[in-house]
Write a protein that binds this ligand. Structure first.
Ligand code: ZN
Length: 393
């Protein structure tokens, strides 16, 4: 599945119509969750039952009927997704919270399937034909959706963001594999000093724009609280803040994507530490840094491009990788502040480079079971802004 995204342009009244469709989607989804919660024990509420329920809702509420029927189904499918996830977690006896489905308050999108819209045969325009009154929207973007047969367009999603409205097309095509340009092997060590250090001795700098942007964001955030609650001024300040956030998220995403792409394009094997980011974020100072280096994002892009370039990506257990000598295997204890690895065998390396070599060696020696989680599952939708959205929410 390939996801193409356009920004859309329309009149204010059309945007209000999109908002209304988004609200209806949320209404249907929440109603479906409620329906599942309230059902008597002996009644089985599954995906099909929820689908039927959407039909019942259409009979009951005029504004639900105004939304395309397949879009209504897509909304109950969302409810089913969160219910199914909860069931899976229970079945797998996942420790901790099982993710009991919650009512959504901040839905930002409405999804159509194969009906309720039509593409203009020549111009970059899409018209929504149900009774929500969205009408025809201009598509702004560099993609060419027209080169794909309409039959292959499985979903059309309208998304609201801080800086406007977007239209995503999910197209049922294989993501093309690209040719790799190199067959090297590389190990990456994630540090605080650098974005990463690799086994060849290269240090990738941390993106500075993030630090700068952070200041601007903090400022914008303070402005919100200076304005009186419920006032227009406050709403505007909130909006400014959201836009700044969006911009940084985009920059961060672009940065992670560019670097991950380069790595997968020129290497046959990319090894990195299997960091438990969730566990690490507890430490406040570290959290900031980890957030900055956008490690999670980077990792997901690595996995995405691994599929695209047919590169093997391996996550290894980072235990002892910074203490061990990459040359002779001796454990050379060092504290966080020791920046150089010096071993009695004569090996002298920058600390993170030594670790990166160890990581690469571990990946080479892997026994098959530690193979990457880059199976391609779920990565198909990680294109562009979609990934951004998943991470942001
Ligand atoms: Zn040594």
């Amino acid at each position: 599945m390939l996801v193409l995204e356009y920004k859309v342009k329309g009149k204010q009244q059309q945007y209000r119509a999109i908002d209304e469709a988004i609200r209806t989607t949320q209404f249907i989804r929440n109603k479906a969750i409620r329906h599942w919660m309230d059902a008597p024990k002996e009644q089985k509420v599954d995906k099909i039952a929820l689908n039927n329920y959407s039909t019942a809702l259409r009979k009951e509420f005029g504004f639900v009927k105004n939304l395309n029927s397949m879009a209504c189904q897509a909304a109950t499918e969302r409810a089913w997704l969160s219910i199914a996830r909860f069931y899976d977690n229970c079945k797998a006896k996942k420790p901790g919270k099982k993710g009991f489905p919650r009512f959504q308050k901040d839905n930002r999108s409405v999804e159509y399937k194969t009906s309720g819209w039509s593409l203009h045969p020549t111009k970059r325009r899409i018209a929504f034909t149900d009774k929500k009154g969205i009408g025809e929207l201009k598509l702004l973007g560099k993609w060419d959706i027209h080169t794909y047969p309409v039959k292959l367009i499985k979903r059309v999603r309208l998304v609201r963001r801080a800086d406007g409205y977007y239209c995503q097309f999910a197209v049922d095509v294989e993501v093309k594999t690209e040719r790799r340009i190199g067959n090297d092997e590389i190990g990456l060590d994630v540090g605080l000093e650098y974005f990463y250090s690799d086994s060849n001795g290269h240090h990738q700098e941390n993106p500075r724009f993030l630090r700068k942007a952070e200041k601007a964001i903090k400022h914008a955030q303070r402005q919100i609280y200076k304005k009186e609650k419920g006032k227009n001024q406050r709403r505007k300040a909130r909006h400014r803040y959201a836009r700044k956030h969006l911009r940084v998220n985009r920059q961060r995403n672009e940065h992670a994507k560019r670097i991950a792409r380069n790595l997968c394009k020129s290497n046959d094997l990319v090894a990195y530490e299997n960091l438990n980011v969730k566990g690490m974020v507890k430490n406040h100072c570290l959290a900031k840094c980890i957030n900055d280096v956008a490690w999670t994002l980077f990792r997901r892009w690595l996995e995405y491009f691994a599929v695209k370039f047919n590169t093997t990506v391996v996550a290894v257990n980072p235990r002892m990788t910074s203490q061990k000598c990459s040359d002779c295997g001796t454990i050379v204890k060092k504290s966080l502040s020791t920046r150089t690895h010096r071993c009695s065998c004569g090996c002298e390396l920058q600390r993170d480079v030594n670790a990166a070599i160890n990581i690469l060696n571990l990946a080479r020696a892997r026994d098959g079971q530690s193979r990457s989680n880059a199976t391609g599952v779920g990565t198909a939708t990680l294109i562009g802004e979609t990934l951004l959205e998943q991470v942001a929410t």
